[in-house]
Ligand binder design. Structure first.
Ligand SMILES: [Zn+2]
Length: 468
């Protein structure tokens, strides 16, 4: 069914800079049919009254593992070592597809309630994952995780499910579901052989899909690339022709150096997940990504390493990178010892501020969770109110105190906690919850309560099987 939203406050984008203007959006089916400035046309279909509220695109989270919300807060001392291998793998070795379907929903619900309409999710049992995400109404780019030389989906005899996951990728790509899209999901350079990287990129090329992978995320991965392949993780992808053949979305890239960044090329994007990286590594140097001309976006990764699926707080953290370096710089260390000069401290602070300035304005940051990640998949556009894009739209109540004094809504969408101000949401043209009672209507719905009960039961059983 077609409908029209109109307001004096609509987030429109002109040459990639967002602004708030009077405007309207007409939705037909799962996509946006047309958008305009000023008052809506007289024949606009089924106008929905949202009053004087802010109409904005739903957010795009370019790297998630919704299933792993099940391990939120459970890291404890594991954070000092290699979290992925010490904790995640142990529980992932005994996962069933039914678990994936049930557990993925919880991360998806949390994302929806934080204004996210599209997640790029990477996980095992791709078809079950897609089904679980679709159950909640969220849209997703699903990358079934493939591994053949390491990781939890490779058993002690070396058997693995990569052929089945690649087949699932193709099934999802060809299914034509209105909210589910596919990406090819090699896990990382130390869990996927060169032969499987090649097979994955050939599939991506044949189906016109992007690759979604982790890249150079740990010192262990760097050691393995050197010991096994005589190169770096990035060097391995170059050598195998992966970077020439397909578009890649690469999470973390902590151990990709400046020279490699300069060779990355415009077909690929890097994903910074600041809070997650605080736990398993350290925050990426997005200033270096920016000066190398790399395309980059911001995502949460999973709640197990992040504690939430809230994208806005990631942007606030990135904005803080301008100054946080000064706390740990030599100039301030010297000052604390009573030996330094306060002007040296101020200079260090100013240098950091300037280095990160280009990455830290609200309008710039806003595009990292909307239009930039929304343009990464060739089959679907999202994160923007534009004809042909997914009709994933959030209406915010500007009278909510989190927007006060509402003089710069874009800055509030980036820096403030405005999730509580969500009045209504549509994902791919379908309403999520009830207008005016958004959060409560979702968590009180019959579907949510059933889904949560199933997730509780499956998690308890899964922990038992994993020996926790
Ligand atoms: Zn990840």
């Amino acid at each position: 069914m077609a409908f029209t939203l109109a307001s004096r406050h609509v987030v429109l984008e002109a040459s990639s800079t967002p602004s708030v203007e009077e405007g309207w959006v007409i939705v037909e089916g799962s996509r946006i049919a047309s958008v305009g400035r000023g008052a809506p046309p007289d024949d606009a279909p089924n106008p929905i009254d949202v009053g004087d509220r802010l109409i904005a695109p739903a957010l795009v989270n370019a790297h998630t593992h919704c299933v792993l919300s099940m391990l939120r807060g459970g890291l404890g001392r594991a954070a000092a070592g290699n979290v992925v291998e010490d904790l995640f793998y142990r529980i992932e070795r005994v996962l069933l597809p039914e678990d994936v379907r049930a557990l993925a929903r919880m991360g998806a619900y949390e994302s929806l309630l934080a204004g996210v309409g599209l997640v790029w999710d990477h996980y095992f049992f791709g078809e079950a994952l897609a089904a679980g995400l679709a159950d909640t109404g969220i849209a997703a780019v699903v990358a079934p995780t493939i591994q053949d030389v390491g990781g939890p989906s490779v058993d002690t005899a070396g058997r693995h499910r990569s052929d089945r996951e690649l087949a699932a990728t193709e099934t999802l790509a060809l299914a034509g579901m209105p909210r589910i899209f596919a990406a090819v999901g090699p896990h990382a350079t130390d869990t996927v052989s060169p032969a499987l990287w090649k097979q994955a990129s050939e599939l991506a090329e044949r189906l016109g899909l992007p690759l979604h992978a982790h890249l150079a995320q740990s010192p262990e991965e760097v050691h393995r690339a050197r010991d096994v392949h005589g190169t770096t993780p990035f060097g391995l992808l170059e050598r195998e022709g992966v970077l020439d053949r397909v578009r890649g979305v690469f999470a973390h890239a902590l151990f990709v150096d400046d020279a490699e960044l300069a060779r990355l090329g415009p077909a690929h994007a890097l994903v910074a997940c600041p809070y997650s990286q605080l736990v398993f590594g350290f925050p990426a140097r997005v200033d270096r990504w920016e000066s190398a001309g790399a395309r980059w976006v911001v995502a949460t990764d999973c709640a197990a390493s992040n504690d939430s699926m809230q994208l806005r707080k990631e942007l606030r953290f990135l904005a803080g990178l301008r100054t946080v370096g000064a706390s740990f710089a030599g100039a301030y260390e010297a000052f604390l010892r009573g030996e330094g000069d306060v002007d040296d401290v101020a200079r260090t602070r100013r240098e950091g501020y300037e280095a990160f300035e280009a990455t830290a304005t609200p309008a710039e940051l806003y595009t990292r969770i909307t239009s930039v990640p929304g343009a990464l998949h060739p089959h679907v556009r999202a994160g923007v109110l534009a004809p042909g894009a997914l009709a994933s739209i959030v209406v915010y109540d500007l009278e909510h105190p989190s927007f006060w004094p509402a003089t710069d809504p874009i800055a509030a969408l980036v820096m403030a906690d405005v999730d509580a101000a969500i009045h209504a949401m549509w994902v791919a043209g379908q309403p999520i919850g009830e207008r005016g009672d958004f959060h409560r209507s979702v968590v009180r719905s019959h579907a949510y309560r059933e889904h949560r009960a199933e997730a509780v039961a499956r998690l308890a059983d899964l922990k038992k099987r994993a020996g926790f």
